[in-house]
Design a protein around this ligand. Structure first.
Ligand code: C2E
Ligand code: CA
Length: 655
């Protein structure tokens, strides 16, 4: 039972291992033509030996017919070597080869046995030699098809051994024993060889599977490394590698393309106010909308935070690009309901065209980013294209930055002082300090221009410290009841260490901190509201007062006002400019003033230029005011003279 199973397994074609059968077929395609060559050559030699000894049918017809069949089979195998066959066909071919081996083995053995009787001793010896040498050659050629090789050994060796043993001829008996021994040794070699062959195929298959798995894993890693996990969009790395490819193609073919940067407006506020879950949903929604609108040859990526990148692989005129920008901002615009919260989505976009705006990836990206910030500053939710005008601005900014660095080192910056008066009495109650800078190369540069440059570089903190020292030195020379109002920038209140330095300067001055007002704008508070609140609270604990500057000009919500530690609100100049003609402006000022009263916060109206504006401001309930009507920003000495004149006037009016 066991041995039957073993025999069966030895003679079985493995049809469940396609890798093995395919390799077997490949080996046979190489070796079987050789097998037929051995057969034909050896058969023709025997046929020649028996040419005039045996009947023609046996010495010519049978061997020639068999040889023709062999040649046909050899050609057919030779042709098969490049065929890519399905597994079933391969198995079928292998099985057929086994049966043909049995058939051919029987036919040739039968023929040789039939021929034997016609030969003399030499011719018989030739037959014996023919059978032994041919079978050895054929078994070797069939080594990769174990059933065929085993069956051939049995079919040829068994009858010939019996035949020679029964002949009684000592030489033939010796040959028979010899053949049996050699056949045994060959069978052992064949089995070992076949086992090694299958092992080799298996390990090759395993290796291939491992390679496929490694390749799949590295594909997946590549995909993940280039994908933004939140939105499913290509990430920053992917964006820059696509940009590099685009640039290379454009440089090679002389074509044009566009790099775009999109930034969501007010995203940070939504994130701060409603938490990261709502923020994430907002980003997903923005990504979905952007992908939905993407036209052909447009790639969208998330660059990080609320910033998205766009690559437009085509030449676009300014008008067409404006339309794309409009399409992007329109697509983003709208409100979304997230967890019972309605948040509005708005985005600004900037574009830079290759080669007009830059020749390398970094330059193009930076310029698209610049154009985006330009659009954001001009009007949120719009788009801008990087232009020569922007180029000039960038150059000027970079010169300003270089010069400002030296100016801080050489202590070139000065302060101007603008009086702040109590409206009821027209008395000066303090001065706002405003930074002034006149550069040898650039001439006078306004704070509106150099403060943002200082904020973008690392200069702002040193600049603030420098100016604060000057402001406090000036305060020392004023009457004790007067205060100084000093402007702080975002960076002064968004970093704990910088606030500590400001605190230190105030303490070192030995002045009463209650005579200092720190002005911060709504936009300065927004980037990191919690830190800003903490910093302002620290300064307030020191004794200083906090004023919210340019109130009404920003976009923040009123919720900021009551959450900030405030002492004063400065009503933006824009409301005063048309306060006489515009009823809405009057209403706004009245509302802000009454809100200030309710919050127990002082109010100062900015930009009062005419007596009529002053009177209206007073009528609307404003407590203090500032503006050209009372005095333009002036040098320290002029401010002191101004104070003297005021005092003299007051004395005169009392007299
Ligand atoms: P701001 O704090 O709103 O300052 C008021 C600006 O309005 C000043 O412009 C002032 O000259 C101008 N102004 C005052 N009264 C009138 C008026 O009646 N009519 C008109 N048309 N304008 C008036 P300035 O000096 O060019 O300052 C511009 C901005 O630069 C300031 O706006 C402030 O945000 C910033 N800044 C100035 N100095 C400093 C500083 O030392 N540090 C920081 N961080 N920012 C400063
Ligand atoms: Ca101010």
């Amino acid at each position: 039972m066991r041995s039957t199973k073993m025999v069966r397994s030895l003679l079985r074609i493995c049809n469940d291992n396609s890798e093995l059968t395919r390799s077997q077929l490949a080996a046979l395609c190489r070796q079987l033509p050789l097998l037929y060559f051995i057969l034909v050559v050896n058969t023709l030699a025997v046929s020649f030996t028996f040419f005039d000894r045996a009947p023609a049918a046996l010495s010519l017809l049978v061997p020639d017919t068999l040889c023709v069949v062999c040649v046909i089979r050899a050609i057919s195998w030779w042709k098969k070597r490049f065929d890519d066959m399905p597994h079933d066909k391969v198995v079928w071919l292998l099985r057929r080869t086994v049966w043909l081996t049995v058939l051919f083995g029987t036919a040739f053995t039968g023929w040789a046995l039939a021929l034997y009787q016609y030969g003399d001793a030499y011719a018989r010896a030739h037959v014996a030699f023919y059978m032994s040498i041919t079978v050895i050659g054929c078994i070797f050629c069939l080594m990769h098809l174990r059933p065929a090789a085993i069956l051939l050994t049995v079919i040829v060796v068994t009858p010939w051994t019996l035949f020679f043993l029964s002949s009684g001829q000592p030489v033939f008996v010796a040959i028979a024993i010899n053949i049996v021994l050699v056949a045994f040794a060959m069978t052992v070699i064949l089995l070992i060889n076949y086992r090694d062959f299958t092992k080799l195929i298996d390990s090759r298959k395993k290796l291939q599977n491992q390679q496929i798995a490694t390749l799949a894993l590295s594909d997946e890693n590549f995909r993940l490394a280039n994908l933004d996990s939140l939105t499913g969009l290509p990430n920053r790395r992917s964006f820059f590698s696509s940009l590099a490819v685009l640039l290379e193609n454009a440089q090679r073919n002389g074509t044009r393309f566009v790099v775009g940067v999109i930034d969501l407006d007010g995203f940070k506020q939504v994130n701060d106010a409603y938490g990261h879950t709502v923020g994430d949903r907002l980003l997903i929604e923005a990504a979905t909308r952007l992908v939905g609108m993407a036209c052909t040859n447009t790639q969208i990526a998330r660059l990080g935070g609320d910033e998205f990148g766009v690559l437009l692989d085509r030449d676009l005129t300014r008008d067409e690009l404006d339309q794309v920008g409009q399409c992007i901002t329109d697509t983003l615009k709208g409100t979304i309901e997230i967890r019972d919260v309605t948040v509005s989505l708005l985005g600004s976009a900037g574009f830079a065209t290759y080669p007009d705006a830059g020749n390398n990836a970094q330059e193009l990206y930076e310029r698209a980013d610049y154009a985006m910030y330009f659009a954001k500053r001009t009007a949120r939710g719009t788009s801008a294209i990087f232009s020569v005008n922007h180029e000039t601005r960038i150059r000027r900014s970079s010169i300003i930055e270089q010069e400002l660095r030296l100016a801080i080192l050489n202590d070139e910056l000065t302060l101007a002082f603008q009086p702040i008066v109590e409206l009821q009495t027209q008395r000066v109650i303090g001065f706002e300090t405003l930074a002034r800078w006149t550069n040898d190369k650039l001439g006078p540069v306004g704070p509106d221009e150099f403060i943002p440059v200082a904020e973008r570089s690392d200069l702002i903190n040193r600049l603030t410290e420098n100016l604060l020292n000057k402001a406090l030195a000036a305060l020392r020379s004023w009457p004790h009841e007067l205060f100084v109002s000093f402007n702080l920038s975002t960076h002064d209140i968004s970093r704990r260490e910088q606030t500590a330095r400001i605190e230190h300067i105030v303490e070192q001055s030995g002045l009463d901190a209650r005579r200092i007002v720190f002005e911060v704008t709504e936009t300065a508070v927004m980037p990191d509201f919690e830190q800003a609140r903490e910093s302002l609270a620290r300064l307030r604990r020191l004794g200083a007062r906090i004023a919210l500057d340019d109130f009404g000009s920003g976009h923040s919500s009123l919720s900021y006002v009551h959450r900030l530690p405030l002492d004063k609100i400065k009503i933006d100049r824009s409301f005063v400019t048309s306060i006489e003609s515009d009823q809405a402006c009057q209403d706004i000022v009245r509302t802000i003033v009454s809100m200030c009263r309710r919050l127990s916060v002082a109010s100062t109206v900015e930009g009062v230029e005419t007596a009529a504006q002053r009177d209206l401001a007073l009528e609307l309930g404003c407590v203090s005011a500032q503006g050209y009507l009372f005095g333009k920003p002036m040098k320290l000495q002029d401010a002191l003279d101004y104070l003297d004149t005021q005092t003299a006037r007051a004395l005169l009016s009392e007299a």
